[in-house]
Design a protein around this ligand. Structure first.
Ligand code: HEM
Length: 298
């Protein structure tokens, strides 16, 4: 099947499993956007040293905007860097280090099996079916089932998961991954505390926190070594990999309107390139289909 057709099928299936919510993103439907400033160290050459304007969107992962905050323990952090000359690049991550599908085909098939999610959880029979049929997904499904929501949008560690390549002026490629480390420290909610929270707690907590002062994240670059998989978002790289600091994001108190902003994780600028990870390329197609539907109001 042609890739774009498969991406359309994946979005149709998301709508079937989670319901169709006109005007909303087909995943990470509910979220808030703030103005931010990124101060780069210069360690990532495509993010030149100095200050860059940015926008950050925190989100609950569910495609259903009326699911409670607790039903989406996976939260999203999407950052758009507004570079000089009008160039844009994005880092789009979640507070989990791995994804549950290795390929677009597996992802779409899994959605076909899921059919419907009760209270945000798969029925046990479906879960067992998935674990048997997709061995590559086992580790990630285990991690995701044990996930706890962060105590605040700004107390999660967010992972962009996929590998990317830094490209130097001689054309040498270094595989890298990104993670955002919160200044406020990593803290998770117990399932009981998460359940007790009112709808919209995360958004309110962030708004009142930012009224008192900015919140921040450090951007770490993890340097891959030969043999580290660059095509598989279900696999983490070994913990001992070297990390360098690419810069710091400061989130300011001004909330921005969502004027149809699209955080495409494949939007690259000179000095950085996508890896061969097929899920990464597929996301670009799926996000543009979702973007077209939601901005048309369907
Ligand atoms: C098969 C793989 C995936 C598919 C089909 C998919 C699908 C989608 C869709 C349709 C949207 C809404 C896009 C829009 O309307 O702008 C979305 C948003 C999002 N996805 Fe994914 N996704 C995938 C994998 C991932 C992975 C691996 C991550 C984490 C690294 C991720 C993190 C996010 C985040 C944070 C958002 C919200 C972006 C925003 O705030 O605008 N997704 N996804």
């Amino acid at each position: 099947m042609e890739k774009k057709q498969l991406a359309g099928m994946a979005i149709d299936r998301i709508e079937k499993v989670f319901g169709k919510h006109n005007g909303y993103r087909r995943a990470h439907a509910r979220g808030v956007i703030y103005e931010a400033v990124f101060t780069a160290t210069g360690n990532a050459a495509h993010l030149q040293a100095g200050e860059t304007r940015a926008a950050v969107r925190f989100s609950h992962s569910s495609p259903n905007p009326v699911w409670t905050d607790a039903m989406s323990p996976v939260k999203g952090m999407a950052v758009q860097f507004q570079l000089p000359g009008g160039r844009l690049t994005n880092i789009v991550g979640v507070n989990a280090p791995v994804f549950f599908a290795k390929t677009p085909e597996t992802f779409t098939e899994m959605l076909g099996l899921a059919k419907s999610l009760k209270n945000g959880r798969l029925p046990l029979r479906t879960l067992v079916k998935l674990l048997v049929k997709y061995p590559d997904s086992r580790a990630a499904i285990k991690v995701l089932r044990k996930m706890h929501a962060p105590a605040s949008f700004v107390k999660g560690r967010y992972y962009a998961m996929h590998a990317f390549y830094f490209i130097d002026h001689k054309g040498n490629r270094t595989p890298v991954k990104y993670e955002w480390e919160p200044d406020a420290g990593v803290a998770a909610l117990s399932p009981k505390d998460a359940k007790a929270m009112e709808f919209g707690h995360f958004e309110q907590e962030l708004e009142s926190r930012l009224k008192k002062g900015p919140a921040g994240f450090r951007l770490n670059i993890i340097i891959g070594e030969p043999g580290d998989p660059t095509d598989d978002p279900t696999k983490e790289w070994p913990k001992e990999r070297r990390k360098i600091v690419a810069g710091h994001l400061e989130i300011r108190g001004s909330q921005l309107q969502d004027n149809g902003i699209l955080f495409d994780p494949t939007a690259m600028v000179p000095g950085i390139a996508c890896s061969e990870d097929r899920i990464l390329a597929f996301r670009s197609l799926a996000y543009s289909i979702s973007h077209a539907r939601r901005t048309e109001g369907t």
